[in-house]
Write a protein that binds this ligand. Structure first.
Ligand code: 5GP
Ligand code: MG
Length: 490
């Protein structure tokens, strides 16, 4: 019998892996009322890569809000009939989710609702707070009860509390933001307003677009493109935007500290999305070019690990002059709901998802480009697969630096244990994955490829510089508090 390590049983490549951030979407337009649910559906559909666990849409006419949310992909949660039953309002809110705080259950699907008396809000959040536990305790003392375990529930309750005080919406959100610590790009519906705000670091992206008679809000520009919305601008770190019949008004919370997650450039964002007017694809290609300068290889062919390695492989090929080829064919339909194969098939492992093309690989010295190594399992299995397919040498090149630290700002990799780059040297990792050579892009090379200032990017998972001081301690406290709460509940 062949013994298979447990992770080989998961063909779903997200199993045990860091999980994507979430996707947030919002629309405001009386002119387009009647098709906002459908447009929100498409906006979310374009941002499915940001979260495949649950999806939800809320539609409001300024007085009444209808919401539908469930576990699953956007196309599984909604169909034409359901969308039609939501239509009617002129304000829409949408969300795709991957749980980072709170469990992967239906109750935690978003948009999150919180109401007390006649003050009700719907909230869609991307990011992760680092002070959820403390904030929830405070809010509980203020009389709030929570049905959901997410940090988003705390944001929603906080906003309700401030709105109850009779502040204007903008003032209530500014006051809410003063109580939040961590990463939050949020879209929220309150009565006749769509509100969008971003934490002072701007860890997660959020932008505004223009549609007929109104505005759109989207985590990524690809969400605007798909519905034909014109890109207006990014929401600034620390900015609150209030959209209603009077148009769009902007307010500043704190002076921005700017720390957009660099992993958005490396992996998360769709290549056709734009940050600061520059395509993510362009940055990824630059990462490959710079990698070719920093870590050249004598080889016959450059192949990407599809899809995430494609842009960087193109760049590596252009930078090195080594021809580019597709040497691995990906089955694009292997998803989270993949049926676990019978025991006799399990040894095929990764092959069900990626199958090598021997004609491209046989007898060749192959440069393999992937965007990142997190746990190291993908790289190890791939190298095995490619040698089996006849590769003479495998020069594994990674278009980001070793992931050495946890993320507390919205990527679900919150412990060091699973991160191969945190526990082994590059040479040890090379040995583990079995490659002929292994090299990563440098932190400075990665930063240069984004064309952003280094100080304007959060690089914590690569170089340990956490933009919020004491993040790890706060997070540990938080985990302890959550564990206490869970023990207390049972
Ligand atoms: P690992 O080293 O954990 O086995 O896997 C690295 C691979 O996972 C790379 O191909 C990279 O594209 C992909 N990856 C990196 N971050 C994430 C993530 O957050 N979610 C998922 N599903 N894959 C990721
Ligand atoms: Mg990948």
């Amino acid at each position: 019998m062949v013994s298979v390590p447990p992770d080989d049983l998961h063909l779903d490549d997200s199993a045990g892996k860091p999980k994507e951030a979430c996707g947030v979407f919002g629309l405001y337009s009386r002119e387009a009322a009647g098709e906002l649910a459908q447009r929100t559906y498409f906006g979310l559909y374009a941002m499915q890569h940001r979260g495949q666990e649950s999806a939800g849409i809320a539609i409001s006419d300024g007085e009444r809000t209808l919401a539908m949310r469930d576990m699953g992909l956007v196309s599984q949660v909604f169909d034409e009939q359901k969308l039609a039953s939501l239509e009617g309002g002129h304000i829409a809110l949408g969300h795709v989710r991957y749980s980072t705080t709170g469990s992967a259950s239906w109750e935690n699907a978003q948009p999150e609702f919180h109401g007390r008396g006649d003050v009700n809000v719907f909230v869609a959040h991307n990011g992760n707070l680092v002070n959820t536990a403390a904030l929830r305790r405070e809010l509980e003392e203020e009389g709030f009860e929570f049905e959901s375990t997410s940090d988003t529930a705390a944001i929603a309750a906080c906003a309700v509390g401030e709105l109850e005080e009779g502040h204007s919406v903008a003032e209530a959100v500014l006051r809410t933001m003063r109580r939040l610590e961590g990463a939050y790009s949020v879209a929220m519906v309150f009565r006749d307003k769509l509100v969008a705000f971003r934490d002072p670091h701007g860890f997660r992206p959020l932008c505004i677009g223009k549609i007929e008679g109104g505005h759109a809000v989207s985590s990524e520009t690809c969400g605007l493109d798909i519905i034909g919305a014109g890109f207006l601008r990014e929401i600034e770190p620390g900015e609150v935007v209030v959209i209603d019949d009077e148009g769009l008004k902007s307010y500043r919370a704190e002076s921005p500290r700017r720390a957009l997650c660099v992993f958005e450039y490396v992996y998360f964002a769709r290549p056709d999305s734009r940050f600061d007017g520059r395509e993510v694809a362009h940055s990824r290609q630059r990462m490959g070019e710079i990698l070719a300068e920093e870590a050249p290889a004598e080889a016959d062919v450059v192949i990407p690990v599809p899809d995430s390695g494609i842009m960087a492989a193109v760049g590596y090929s252009q930078g090195s002059g080594i021809p580019y080829a597709e040497g691995l064919i990906k089955n694009r339909y292997v998803g989270r709901t993949f049926i676990q194969p019978a025991d006799s098939m399990r040894q095929l492992g990764l092959r069900l998802k990626l199958n090598p093309l021997p004609s491209v690989i046989e007898g060749k010295r192959v440069v393999v480009i992937d965007d990142s190594i997190v746990r190291g399992n993908t790289a190890r299995k791939l190298v095995g697969l490619l040698f089996e397919a006849g590769a003479a040498e495998i020069h594994f090149r990674v278009s980001s630096p070793p992931v050495t630290g946890p993320c507390y700002y919205g990527i679900d990799m919150d412990t060091k244990e699973g991160l191969v780059g945190a526990n082994f040297t590059v040479e040890e990792i090379r040995e583990q994955i079995g490659a002929t050579t292994l090299a990563y892009l440098s932190v400075d090379g990665m930063v240069a490829a984004t064309e952003q200032k280094k100080s304007h990017l959060c690089r914590a998972c690569f170089d340990g510089e956490y933009p919020i001081t004491g993040t790890a301690q706060k997070f540990a406290l938080e985990n302890a508090a959550v564990a206490d709460a869970v023990v207390g509940e049972s």
